[in-house]
Design a protein around this ligand. Structure first.
Ligand SMILES: [Zn+2]
Length: 257
C-alpha cells in the first residue's frame, strides 16, 4: 500500500507532467467509479499530496482526490492503449494518466473543497506539544501509536520499523514510558526516514511503481524492515521479526530498548 513517500513521489511527478495541462477527456472503465464526471476542458493548476491522497487542483476550484488504497497505481503513458486493470483515464495532449488497480479499492472523488487529511501531517501541521498532551500518557505500544493516523499522519509499517530502529526504541515499549526527548528523537528521525524515501522515489518491496512504471530505490536504504536474521547495522546484533497487530515488525533486540 503506498505510504507518504510514495504518494509524495507521484504528486511531484504529476505536478511536473500535467500542471497547466488541459484535460482533453476523462473516461471511466469501472462501474464502481461511474459517478465521476467528465472533466473535459478543465486546466490542472497544481498537484499536491494531501495525507495519503493525490489532489489534482482544477481551474474551476474543484479538486480530484485520488486514494490508491491497496493496489492502486497511477501510470503515465503517451499512447491511449488501455493497460490491464485500468479503471479510469485522464487524457492530455501529451499523453494519458491511467488508474490501474487490480483489486479495485482505490477511490476518486471530485470535491469543491479538498477535505484535509493533512491536519496532523508530519510535514505540514504536526504539533509535538499537542501530540504529547493527547497521546503522551497512553498505554499503547509506541509503534502502534506512531502508525495511528489520528495521532500523526504519514507513518506506515515499513517506515515505523525504520524510525524506531534508528531511534533505539523497542517497538513494544509503552508510549507513556517515553520522555519528551525520546519523542523529539522519534519525530526527527521520522522526517529523516521519510525524506530519504521521497528522494529515493519510495520503497518497491512488492508492487510500488512510480508514475513512469519505475521501481523506487528506498528498499536499498532499509536497515530493519525485511531484514530478519541479518546483522544490525548499528550494533552488529541480529534483526528479529515479531507480529504486532497483524503486521510484521522488524527490530534489533540488542540496541532497541
Ligand atoms: Zn542493534
Amino acid at each position: 500500500m503506498p505510504e507518504l513517500p510514495e504518494v509524495e513521489t507521484l504528486s511531484r511527478q504529476l505536478q511536473e507532467k500535467i500542471c497547466s495541462g488541459k484535460i482533453l477527456a476523462t473516461e471511466v472503465y469501472d462501474d464502481k467509479l461511474a459517478g465521476i464526471k467528465n472533466l473535459k476542458g478543465r486546466i490542472v493548476t497544481a498537484v499536491e499530496r494531501r495525507g495519503k491522497t493525490v489532489a489534482i487542483l482544477l481551474d474551476d476550484g474543484n479538486f480530484v482526490l485520488i486514494h490508491l488504497r491497496m493496489t492502486g497505481r497511477l501510470f503515465w503513458q503517451e499512447d491511449s492503449t488501455r493497460p490491464k486493470h485500468s479503471r479510469w483515464r485522464m487524457t492530455f495532449a501529451a499523453g494519458n494518466i491511467f488508474l490501474i488497480d487490480p483489486r479495485r479499492f482505490a477511490t476518486i472523488k471530485i470535491l469543491k473543497n479538498a477535505e484535509s487529511e493533512s491536519a496532523k501531517d508530519i510535514f505540514k501541521a504536526f504539533d509535538l506539544k499537542a501530540f504529547l498532551k493527547n497521546h503522551g500518557s497512553r498505554r499503547t505500544k509506541v509503534k502502534s501509536l506512531i502508525m495511528d493516523q489520528r495521532a500523526v499522519a504519514g507513518i506506515g509499517n515499513i517506515y515505523a520499523c525504520e524510525i524506531l530502529h534508528r531511534t533505539g526504541i523497542h517497538p513494544e515499549r509503552v508510549a507513556a514510558t517515553l520522555t519528551k526527548d525520546d519523542w523529539k528523537k522519534v519525530f526527527r528521525q521520522a522526517k529523516v526516514v521519510l525524506k530519504t524515501a521521497i528522494k529515493k522515489r519510495g520503497t518497491s518491496i512488492s508492487d510500488w511503481r512510480d508514475l513512469y512504471g519505475c521501481k523506487g530505490e528506498n528498499q536499498h536504504e532499509l536497515k530493519a524492515y525485511g531484514r530478519e536474521g541479518k546483522r544490525c547495522s548499528i550494533c552488529g546484533g541480529t534483526i528479529c521479526r515479531i507480529k504486532q497487530g497483524g503486521r510484521s515488525t522488524f527490530f534489533c533486540p540488542d540496541c532497541q530498548k
